[in-house]
Design a protein around this ligand. Sequence first.
Ligand SMILES: C[S@@+](CC[C@H](N)C(=O)[O-])C[C@H]1O[C@@H](n2cnc3c(N)ncnc32)[C@H](O)[C@@H]1O
Length: 167
Amino acid sequence: MLTLARENQRKAGVANIEFLKGEIENIPLPNNSVDVIISNCVINLSTDKDEVIREAFRVLKPGGRFAVSDVVMRGDVPQQIRQSMLLWVGCIAGALRDYDYVAKLAKAGFESINIEPTRVFNIEDVHEFLGSADLDVGAIASQMEGKLVSAFVRATKPTSASSSSML
Ligand SMILES: C[S@@+](CC[C@H](N)C(=O)[O-])C[C@H]1O[C@@H](n2cnc3c(N)ncnc32)[C@H](O)[C@@H]1O
């Protein structure tokens, strides 16, 4: 991803960009230093979403915005989905339930939290995803209909909240 990003930067001739290598559970940036966090289809891959959201809150400036795109589940899905490693790396099994996403953001201190679905996956899409996994597709697909969505997840760090370092 970094190689591709730097290649695209070179092609675009843009000089005011810096790419850093890091993990979203341990962002290599100081407290209160970032205006906006964007991301596409990465948070669902993390095994520690609470830490990801805490780190996002820490590095954002007061008033800073969290504005990511992610795969989100609406309600519960069969346990077999959650347990499939193939579906985890395919961004499905690790997706948070919508209400858990909101709860985790609120717990970290975010406000103005909003989840806006941009695409609801229908049963044909679900069949396609499940086709590569070792699952009883026929039995599971109908339980997944309408539950899997792509969404914009937005939240704001309150202007009164400044993250201080732990001493
Ligand atoms: C599904 S891809 C999305 C990439 C890109 N955002 C896009 O839209 O094409 C997920 C990317 O997240 C990276 N990734 C996965 N877990 C990560 C983590 N814990 N911290 C940082 N990056 C991670 C992977 O290496 C991969 O490049």
